[in-house]
Design a protein around this ligand. Structure first.
Ligand SMILES: [Zn+2]
Length: 640
């Protein structure tokens, strides 16, 4: 994967600015509409410091070279002329009655002094340029005039209000009436580039990427750390989850300046053009192409947007619409010849680092198309079955995110995305995912709705109280389609069943309700046991409806279902209970009687199978309940 990035980077070398992949967005995670870049003007003529705010615009990050305060350890000294935090320059002397406009320059970790020190170091090593020396002279004068003597200074035009609105500060100088923005000074570009490229622990060594013996970085704790981890894992041949203990492996990892720059350029491009959020989930997918070197930048951009669209169609219904609209412009041929594979990386962009969640290597672009077709097919089936909009039954990644209850993880309020990205990875690579695990998620989803566990599993949207039952049912039915999708893809195996003999479907067609059930069985490919459980669950729905109508809004019959799993004995007890309730509520109509008869016949026939998997039993029972309830509620039923 890193070789793909590196090849991409090499390819782009002449096309993109060195700093492009380092520029950060200072507004990320900040609230408030009014945002400012504050020019901190050191007036050498009048010996004063003035704040000059300009309304922040997106291109400022690049114009004033905002690349973050440090690259490696947080304790490293900040040597920048554009920063997002004033504390690296000066602080308010807030001593009791002191005038609020009185400020003093910080002595430790002062960015002007730090920059000067580094320039001095570069000079010692013979790395300095004439422009950098020029910048150094200006900074020395600043230091002599303002910082050296300690003491306080009036920071004109600056107050707490502006402090809250400021997203960036940049150091400027007024000298002989002329204003110089130091971040735009050529010497600063030379300086910053050298600072970025300078191995923090300069040492001769062997680059683990290209193999040459040269100056290498031994400290990988810069922005690429997380990706390098992938590379190391990759080489070692295991791709499973990535843990913190891998830091140790990384310490032995070395990379040369050239390789790092190329990889960073490639990564910068991916971040700009091939990065898309999994809607609402809080993390992104990054698509890393395996391109041929013969592509022009223009063709590369074109292909990137096509592949991004293709992936977006797998993510959401809106993505699908966009993809289909753009389809006519697609150059299948170019895609096939120049870019047939990609690596998908799931990760969370964080301010200084990138947090890797999971990745899938070598996904053929054609597989993306195959996946999209299958998602679309199954969603179409669902929407025509229930006669509802396609959007509400689409099963893209964004919708799957709403089906898999995720717990809050170790990091504060963030969800633990691991189960989800593992599932996505299986889907993208069409590789097996354990059926039993998926069943557990389905039943857990039902519990979240039934017992209102939305606080714990906050990715499941909490419905309004009166829609709670309906949403539970919809979610379970959608999960059935999700199962079908994964079964069709060969990702999830079908349940062990003694053949799908079940019920001769023709027998049901006399009755509209039964015909619909038969249609469902055919669509889902249920086996005999699954059908039996489903039918019993269907009757639970009938009884539940009667209870609801008698003001038992919680439907006490549902208490007979253990949402954690239904052992065979409990299923049998439930079936007796159902028969009694059908009688009590006068529900033993001809069709209910037939449903009961078939349910019992099937359950008795598959009694051994019934003992195998209680969780699966619960899922199919609940599916039957959901089916009967949802059809009634959405077909102009008694309660909407
Ligand atoms: Zn190298």
């Amino acid at each position: 994967m890193l070789d793909s990035l590196q090849r991409l980077g090499k390819h782009l070398e002449k096309d993109i600015d060195f700093f492009d992949c380092f520029i950060e967005d200072p507004t990320k995670g900040r609230k408030g509409k009014e945002q400012y870049l504050v020019r901190v003007i050191f007036d050498l003529d009048e010996k004063k410091v003035i704040a000059d705010p300009i309304k922040y615009q997106r291109e400022f990050a690049k114009v004033y070279l905002w690349v973050g305060n440090t690259f490696s350890a947080a304790r490293e000294k900040v040597a920048r002329l554009t920063t997002d935090n004033l504390k690296y320059l000066m602080e308010n002397t807030d001593s009791g009655e002191a005038d609020k406009t009185q400020w003093k320059f910080v002595e430790k970790n002062n960015l002007i002094s730090n920059t000067l020190t580094l320039i001095y170091e570069f000079r010692q090593k013979g790395l300095s340029t004439s422009k950098m020396e020029e910048l150094g002279e200006i900074l020395s004068e600043l230091k002599e005039t303002f910082i050296k003597n300690g003491g306080t200074v009036v920071f004109e035009n600056f107050d707490e209000h502006l402090k809250r609105q400021a997203v960036l500060y940049t150091v400027c100088v007024r000298k002989s009436g002329r204003l110089i923005e130091l971040a735009k000074h050529e010497g600063y570009r030379d300086f910053l580039r050298l600072d970025i490229e300078r191995p923090s622990d300069e040492r001769k060594g062997t680059c683990h990427v290209c193999g040459s013996t040269t100056k290498v970085f031994l400290d990988p704790a810069f922005r690429l750390g997380s990706l390098l981890k992938v590379w190391v894992k990759d080489k070692r041949g295991f791709i499973a989850s990535i843990s913190e203990s891998d830091e140790a492996i990384l310490r032995t990892f070395a990379i040369c300046v050239k390789c790092r720059n190329e990889i960073l350029s490639g990564w910068g491009y991916v971040k700009q053009k091939l990065n898309l959020p999994i809607a609402n989930a809080g993390f992104n997918a990054y698509l890393i192409p395996a391109i041929q070197e013969s592509l022009t930048k223009e063709d590369l951009d074109k292909l990137s947007s096509q592949v991004k669209d293709a992936f977006d169609a797998v993510v959401s219904y809106d993505g699908l619409l966009k993809f289909e609209k753009a389809l006519k412009d697609y150059s299948e041929k170019m895609l096939k010849e120049s870019w047939y594979m990609l690596t998908v990386v799931f990760g969370k962009p964080e301010s200084a680092h990138f947090r890797l969640l999971s990745f899938v290597q070598d996904v053929p672009v054609t597989d993306l198309h195959k996946l999209r077709e299958q998602i679309r097919d199954v969603s179409n089936k669902a929407c025509s079955f229930f006669e509802e909009s396609q959007k509400s039954w689409y099963l893209g990644f964004s919708e799957i995110y709403r089906l898999l209850p995720l717990r809050k993880g170790g990091r504060g309020s963030e969800l633990d995305w691991q189960p989800l990205v593992e599932l996505f990875s299986s889907m993208l690579s069409f590789s097996p995912y354990p059926r039993s695990r998926l069943i557990k998620y389905a039943v857990l989803l039902a519990r979240v709705y039934r017992f209102q566990l939305f606080d714990i599993y906050s990715n499941i949207p909490e419905p309004k109280a009166r829609e709670s039952d309906r949403e539970l049912c919809r979610a379970l039915l959608k999960f059935n389609y999700f199962f079908k999708l994964l079964e069709d893809m060969g990702v999830v195996g079908r349940a062990i069943s003694e053949g799908g003999e079940g019920i001769p479907i023709i027998e049901w067609e006399s009755d509209e309700r039964l015909r619909k059930i038969g249609e469902w069985f055919r669509e889902m490919g249920y086996g005999g046991l699954q059908q039996g459980l489903f039918l019993l669950g269907y009757l639970v729905g009938e009884v539940g409806k009667a209870q609801y109508d008698k003001r038992d809004e919680k439907k006490s019959i549902l208490n007979k279902i253990d949402f954690n799993g239904m052992k065979a004995e409990r299923v049998i007890t439930l079936s007796n209970q159902i028969l009694k309730s059908l009688r009590d509520y006068r529900l033993l109509t001809a069709s209910n009687e037939r449903i009961y008869y078939h349910a019992m016949k099937l359950l008795n026939k598959h009694l051994d199978e019934l003992r195998v998997n209680p969780v699966e039993n619960a899922f199919y029972l609940l599916s039957g309940y959901a089916f009967s309830t949802y059809i009634r509620l959405s077909g102009g039923g008694s309660r909407d």
